[in-house]
Write a protein that binds this ligand. Structure first.
Ligand code: NDP
Length: 310
């Protein structure tokens, strides 16, 4: 007889892991599918200081603790890449390269993807000076000069983290005000006084300089249009993330920016389909809100699954 899960959870970030823990507690036959690393964006965050119970913890360690908790529930996990989903009927279908998994309910927690700079030949410089992760690549830039692009929490955290090893860090942001939390901005300004970090405000990246590796970054002063070149060995991009939902059934409603529309119970427009964490429309994207989404979706799905199986 073909196997039908009560619930399939797509993705392995905090929202999905939390959903998995609640689903297992409520004895739902659950499968969680994650292609690569557990923890999603959190796993690449250098330091988390606002998750209850952990005054200061690295994103990687927090992800590992969450994963350990999840695995301890006995949940079934598949490390496969999802290629397609069909979610508009009683039995939902989730396709990977080699399999098709079926369930009564699906929770979508696939997170978001890194936003690229959008400059010419960007991909050519990846691993030869251009990076989207200070956590993975900081050590390559010990005593070197680097640029960080962005003005949110990620960019400020990256600039501070990199300044501990780099000779100098330029922080390039397109506005005067930072989007990041006040506490981080205060920390940043303290380091700026030592000249270890230099701010380039109201600037945007123009182009990358270098033949076979990054040797500089041209930036445009937005108010005047003037272009100047920073001699840098590395460029760290931290300009946020965007929704990428190509693998999700097109009948699942998205907003104009591509995020999946849910109500407060994490229900999408399709019966038995829920979305959690960064991929859903939400004004706040934090670890704590993601884990809360996961709990709500798993508990809401329980009622639906019971009804549909009767
Ligand atoms: P954000 O979306 O918060 O910030 C992105 C930054 O990049 C903004 O300053 C934005 O400028 C700038 N930007 C966007 N697009 C471009 C572009 N094309 N060119 C130049 N600059 C651009 O992303 P983050 O990754 O910083 O944070 C994402 C979420 O994760 C947030 O909710 C954040 O609070 C959270 N987070 C929390 C952490 C923690 O609690 N420890 C750590 C890291 C992230 P502008 O401001 O002008 O729009």
């Amino acid at each position: 007889m073909e196997e039908i899960y009560d619930l399939i959870i797509l993705g392995g970030g905090p929202a999905s892991m939390s959903a998995g823990i609640y689903a297992m507690q409520t004895r739902q036959k659950t499968l969680l599918i994650e292609k690569e690393t557990f923890g999603g964006q959190v796993s690449t965050t250098s330091s988390v200081t606002n998750y209850l119970g952990f005054p200061q913890i690295s994103g990687r360690e927090l992800s590992e603790k969450m994963h350990e908790h999840l695995v301890g529930t006995g949940i079934e996990i598949k490390h496969e890449e999802i290629t397609k989903t069909e979610l508009d009927s009683k039995i939902k279908k989730v396709y990977t390269h080699n399999n098709c998994y079926k369930s009564y309910a699906v929770i979508i927690g696939i997170g978001t993807t890194i936003r690229k700079l959008g400059v010419e030949n960007e991909s050519k410089y990846l691993k030869v000076g251009l990076s989207y992760s200070s956590l993975n690549d900081r050590d390559k830039f010990e005593n070197k000069v680097v640029a960080v692009v962005g003005g949110g929490n990620s960019a400020i955290e990256d600039a501070i983290y990199l300044s501990e090893k780099a000779k100098k860090v330029y922080l390039i942001h397109r506005r005067q005000e930072f989007r990041a939390d006040n506490k981080l901005v205060e920390d940043l300004h303290k380091i700026c006084q030592t000249n270890k970090i230099e701010l380039c405000l109201e600037y945007k990246p123009h182009s990358i300089v270098g033949d076979s590796k990054v040797e500089g970054l041209k930036i445009t002063h937005i108010p005047t249009g003037d272009i100047k070149t920073l001699d840098v060995d590395g460029i760290f991009v931290a300009i946020g993330r965007g929704a990428s939902t190509d693998i999700i059934d097109e009948k699942v409603l998205r907003n104009d920016a591509g995020y999946i529309v849910t109500n407060e119970k994490m229900e999408t427009n399709l019966d038995g389909v829920y979305a959690v964490g960064d991929i859903r429309t939400t004004p706040i994207r934090q670890i704590v809100t993601a884990t809360s989404d996961g709990a709500i979706a798993a508990l809401t799905s329980l009622t639906y699954i019971k009804k549909i199986k009767d």
